[in-house]
Design a protein around this ligand. Structure first.
Ligand code: ZN
Ligand code: ZN
Length: 261
């Protein structure tokens, strides 16, 4: 049987505390699923100010175990599976520089952007709440664009996390800016299989209609939160339907931008 997806760069693990499974379980299943490349991108620990606790990401104190586990998998699966160590990161202007400065080349191969909150998380809003507030759409697009301009992200996850239910022309105006910035910074856009599985607001066909004529590049991301997610047959079929219907430029590998040397 032909493997479904040969490379997936969007993988979580027990370390973010809302996904399950050891990194090794994911590596085993990726191999069984026929993958050649597996990127771990668990929700990054963030150097937040004292007293703020983020409920959906790795604790700073767990980072060294996450790194050790992924590097151990890389050794154990060498020659069978190309394993990369990464993080899914929000761009929080007040703390992003400190986050990047805290990374070293051995502990990070790549970053993917998933802008779950605006501002700095503790003083912003969840991006995925349905809204017709144009200001919220603008804030999201501005912040994602600023993030992409850093040139540090290898992919933009679920770009349509912003759940804008206002007029299509306004959505188009601002998401066009986002897509143009992604193209200008060589950042592929993700078709997120987890969103398909759960019937989330993303993927959004309005977005494909905007991005395709501009020539944006897309990559399929599993967004695995359980090792079993690495066998996403029906969601993958649906993603390929979108690719065909909207004539999307689909990549099968990401060019990883190393944020630290
Ligand atoms: Zn998650
Ligand atoms: Zn994710």
């Amino acid at each position: 049987m032909e493997p479904l997806i040969t490379a997936n760069y969007h993988t979580h693990s027990k370390y973010c505390r809302h996904a399950s499974g050891e990194p090794e379980d994911y590596a085993k299943d990726a191999l069984t699923a026929g993958m050649k490349v597996l990127g771990f991108s668990d929700h990054t620990p963030y150097p937040f100010p004292d007293g703020y606790y983020s409920g959906f990401r790795m604790f700073p104190g767990d980072k060294k175990d996450y790194i050790a586990d992924v590097l151990r998998c890389r050794e154990a699966f060498a020659d069978k599976l190309e394993i990369h160590l990464g993080y899914e990161v929000e761009y929080y202007p007040r703390h992003f520089d400190a986050l990047i400065k805290g990374l070293t080349a051995t502990e990070c191969d790549y970053l993917i952007l998933g802008q779950h909150f605006t501002n700095n998380e503790y003083d912003g809003e969840y991006s995925g709440e349905e809204t017709d507030d144009v200001g919220k759409l603008i804030t999201y697009v501005d912040q994602v664009s600023e993030a992409l301009e850093t040139g540090l992200f290898s992919c933009l996850c679920h770009p349509e996390l912003i759940h804008f239910s206002g007029p299509d022309e306004i959505y188009e105006e601002h998401m066009t800016r986002l897509v143009k910035t992604a193209i200008g910074t060589n950042t592929p856009l993700e078709i997120n299989l987890r969103g398909i599985r759960f019937g989330a607001q993303y993927p959004d066909e309005r977005f494909f209609d905007i991005a395709a004529p501009l020539g944006a590049e897309f990559i399929i991301g599993v967004d695995a939160h359980d090792p079993d997610d690495l066998f996403p047959a029906p969601e993958y079929e649906k993603a390929l339907e979108y690719v065909k219907k909207h004539n999307l430029r689909l990549l099968d590998r990401l060019e990883l931008k190393k944020p630290a040397v």
